[in-house]
Design a protein around this ligand. Structure first.
Ligand code: HEC
Ligand code: HEC
Ligand code: HEC
Ligand code: HEC
Ligand code: HEC
Length: 242
């Protein structure tokens, strides 16, 4: 026997097969722990890491203001040229808030930090799309007669602003990407079609939209609704892109 062969023999494992059997419960236990750990990471830790969370600069009470003004249009209106004004600036607010009128700390902060210093509030826009996207409120709200709630949810009823979450990987707001981290958000389009039939338009035309709200607003979601409501498949890219 050569020296090499001898060494090889010396290093054969000495244990017999059934000596490993004692390790089975431990292996199983570790596998279960690992499975739970990855579930925890997947469902709790990963989304926490995936989204950066920001609070709005001012905690704005929509419900209170909708009661005060009686509508949405005092703040969110169409300009003469049909473009959408979007978020209101201080000029809309100072009709009422030229001076502090109550003792609400958020109102005091708003008047002292923004109105008096002539600074606009830098609101986070939950539904913000990338710059290459062309979206028209006139096409949807005026021509399509759609409810705000269909795309935004019942924002008018909110008593405080919710946090703004942005996906660190895609850079998209969670309202665009959707709650589901995989980005797959199936919509029940039959609920939309019945909502669109106008069961509940509310007194001012801004009802609950029949209960249908978009879960996300990625390219596929826009195109899917167009397929269901306009009946068009494979629209030209420049319908939605600049
Ligand atoms: C029609 C009058 C009116 C207009 C317009 C108006 N507000 Fe108010 N706002 C009120 C009243 C009334 C209150 C309740 C009084 C208080 O709590 O100080 C209030 C309360 C607030 C508060 C404290 C409660 C809260 O929402 O957290 C903030 C902040 C505020 N307003 C910001 C704004 C901003 C920003 C705008 C413009 C986008 C605006 N308001 C437009 C009447 C108005
Ligand atoms: C007094 C002014 C005022 C009135 C009236 C008002 N809003 Fe707003 N709205 C704001 C301000 C200020 C913001 C920015 C802060 C926030 O996101 O809550 C905002 C934000 C929004 C947004 C969020 C857009 C985004 O993607 O970030 C929606 C949607 C909206 N409003 C819908 C409505 C609807 C629907 C109504 C009527 C039921 C309404 N608003 C009435 C002032 C107003
Ligand atoms: C819930 C349904 C729905 C969603 C979501 C939706 N749309 Fe639309 N969109 C429509 C309907 C319906 C029309 C046609 C309105 C009309 O002319 O009566 C339309 C029209 C348009 C138009 C005008 C051009 C045309 O063909 O009339 C553009 C541009 C557009 N949509 C872009 C978008 C983009 C971008 C998104 C996503 C960010 C989006 N839409 C999301 C339903 C939707
Ligand atoms: C078909 C879906 C749809 C409907 C219906 C709709 N919106 Fe929007 N809204 C959007 C999208 C998408 C954006 C983001 C546009 C962008 O970033 O270019 C947006 C943006 C906004 C903004 C922020 C604009 C800014 O300054 O950045 C406000 C405020 C708003 N919508 C209010 C409303 C109100 C009020 C109504 C009802 C009268 C309404 N929207 C109806 C989809 C919709
Ligand atoms: C129905 C509206 C619509 C149509 C039609 C459409 N897009 Fe989009 N597209 C969007 C929206 C909304 C986004 C932003 C959200 C997203 O990335 O899903 C987007 C995002 C994109 C992006 C990613 C850009 C970025 O900054 O992340 C590319 C690339 C793109 N579109 C290419 C195309 C091409 C090519 C076509 C034609 C074959 C097309 N799109 C047709 C609505 C549309």
């Amino acid at each position: 026997m050569s020296q090499a062969e001898k060494n090889h023999q010396d290093h054969q494992p000495v244990a017999k097969n059934n000596d490993y059997a004692g390790l089975m419960p431990l292996t199983l236990f570790l596998a279960i722990v690992a499975a739970y750990a990855s579930l925890l990471i997947g469902w709790v830790v990963f989304p926490m890491l995936l989204y950066a969370k920001y609070e709005q600069p001012i905690n704005f009470n929509h419900s209170l203001h909708v009661d005060e003004t009686g509508d949405c249009e005092s703040c969110h209106y169409f300009r003469e040229d049909g473009s959408y004004a979007g978020l209101p600036g201080n000029d809309v607010c100072t009709g009422c808030h030229s001076d502090v009128m109550g003792s609400d700390p958020e109102e005091i902060k708003y008047v002292e930090e923004y109105v008096n210093k002539d600074r606009e509030v830098d609101w986070y826009v939950y539904s913000r799309q990338p710059d290459c996207v062309f979206f028209s409120h006139a096409a949807h709200v005026l021509k399509g007669e759609m409810e705000c709630e269909t795309c935004h949810g019942d924002v008018g009823a909110e008593e405080s602003t919710r946090p703004y979450y942005v996906n660190r990987l895609t850079g998209y707001s969670r309202d665009i990407w959707g709650e589901n981290i995989s980005g797959i958000n199936n919509h029940d389009w039959s609920a939309l079609t019945s909502a669109h039939a106008g069961e509940d338009d509310g007194e001012d035309g801004h009802g609950e939209g029949g209960g249908f709200t978009m879960k996300s607003m990625k390219m596929d979601d826009c195109a899917d609704c167009h397929l269901h409501m306009k009946g068009v498949e494979r629209e030209g890219c420049f319908v939605c892109h600049k």
